[in-house]
Design a protein around this ligand. Structure first.
Ligand code: E4P
Length: 218
């Protein structure tokens, strides 16, 4: 499973990159707005820090607007991916951009039907939002399982980015379901690599080590 960071925070990206855990980055307008910097400037900097794909989202709602923005964004770096919302206009934009060799990430996917449409239009990635699906009383992980099965049934090359991840359970279940990618908010990462029994075990080992005679420690 590839790990993307769901952030535009440069310090966070640098810190997690040191652990070898960053295969790519996803952003959206909300995430970009938190950084209080110009859009192209921040995406270019992230692209220079990370080897993998970096998603940057269009704002336009018509196909013409989306395609125009996407062509501009695609020039910012070789590893940039254009995020397109899951609408009829978005599908047309994805179809046009795919033919031009521009990679796309179709975002705001909430059903198998939407994921299938996006894959059929040629999306490089689709982003089903598991947390937001759970918010409306449905099962986000079941959506991932069903999308994985559907894309496998027809050998689509489109990769699933599990998005809107909020819990350890989301990440673990998405991995078990075979999602290609998980995009993870920085705030969740420490919970993924921590366990109370790890902390307790280290404490116990350090206490016991004090009982080891000094001469045998070398
Ligand atoms: C990533 O591509 C999405 O924009 C992001 O995961 C959305 O997460 P949220 O539902 O917590 O805002």
């Amino acid at each position: 499973m590839k790990f993307f960071l769901d952030t535009a925070n440069i310090e966070e990206i640098k810190r997690i990159n040191k652990l070898g855990l960053v295969d790519g980055i996803t952003t959206n307008p909300t995430i970009i707005a938190k950084e209080n910097r110009e859009f192209s400037e921040i995406i270019k900097e992230i692209c220079s820090l990370v080897d993998g794909p970096v998603s940057a989202e269009v704002i336009g709602l018509t196909t013409v607007e989306m395609v125009e923005e996407a062509r501009e964004i695609a020039q910012w770096a070789s590893n940039v991916v254009v995020k397109i919302p899951m609408t009829e206009a978005g599908l047309e934009a994805v179809h046009i951009l795919t033919k031009e060799g521009i990679k796309t990430n179709v975002t705001l996917v909430f059903s198998v039907a939407q994921g299938l449409m996006a894959a059929k239009a040629g999306a490089t990635y689709i982003s089903p939002f598991v947390g937001r699906v759970d918010d409306i009383g449905e099962d986000g992980i079941e959506l991932i399982q069903n999308l994985k099965q559907t894309l496998n049934n027809y050998q689509f090359e489109t990769e699933i980015i599990t998005a809107s991840i909020r819990t350890i359970n989301h990440l673990e279940k998405a991995a078990i379901a075979g999602a290609d990618i998980a995009t993870i908010p920085g705030s969740l990462l420490p919970k993924l690599w921590s366990h109370p029994l790890t902390d307790k075990g280290i404490e116990q080992f350090l206490q016991d080590w004090k009982k080891v005679p000094v001469s045998t420690k070398a």
